[in-house]
Design a protein around this ligand. Sequence first.
Ligand SMILES: [Mn+2]
Length: 322
Amino acid sequence: MITELETIQKIKQALDKARRVLVIGHQQPDGDALGALIALAYYLKSLGKDYSLFCLDAPVEQYQFLPLVHEVKADPKIFAEKFDVIAVVDSGDLHYAGVDKLLPKVNNFTLINIDHHASNNFFGDLNLVLPEKSSVSEIVYQLLRLWQFPINKETATALLNGIIFDTGFFGNAATSLSALEAASHLLNLGARHRLINENILRNKSLGLLKLWGRAFERLQFNQKYDLAFTVITQEDLTACGVSVEASSGISNFFNELAGAKIAMVLVQTEDNIIKGSLRTTRDDVDVAALAKSFGGGGHKKAAGFTINGRLVYNENKWQITD
Ligand SMILES: [Mn+2]
């Protein structure tokens, strides 16, 4: 068994030796994946390495304030090029990363897996998987400290962004002493937390807030399952001018209802398709298992599923019909 410290040492050696490095975050990259990606980019830059950053989907508007985010490319053509080291961050497996079919078939590179998901399947040649960490950004922060990399303001901002994102502004169960310590040190190093707040919190459009209004209005509580749930119809999306993707953040909110263990939002995305998203902030609830029973999947605290059917309002309640 290779120890954690040996793994960290081997990752450093692989990066130090590499001529070309590709760093990958998961598809639809979130604040944590991008934070880790960007911090590793600054490290590689300091070594004078030739590196590329890839996510299957381009970073959305709210992350455009992050330094170096413009370097994150979404063009899979990059996989035609040769890399000595490919590092994947914040992804439990290569399918979740969105690159299982894109990675070169000839295994002439070192695959590094840095993650904090308990479900991680150790797909790398080197696997640094620390489920007790709040975020992969916190893990990268610790790597950079161990490697005595002088963390600049930009790197500090990227890493703090990841920690803030995955801890839900230091509010969810991932918030730990080590996350808070890392965050306070990053602030000390000049991380721009106001910029993060402005961009991650205060970035909602009028249409999106109106859509939330509709969803809040219909909020119901199922006492049998301690489930807070609501629905969004196609008419809602059209009337508010909001895309299905842009509506996705709303389910996190309903966990704030006292007594709710699970929050569920059902969105009618097409005539006969309903997408469900499930969230919990509790350690004793596994929404991935629940999503699986509907043919979906995800993480213990955030999961989703897709079913066929139509949402209809009937006799004072929302129902699903064929
Ligand atoms: Mn993460």
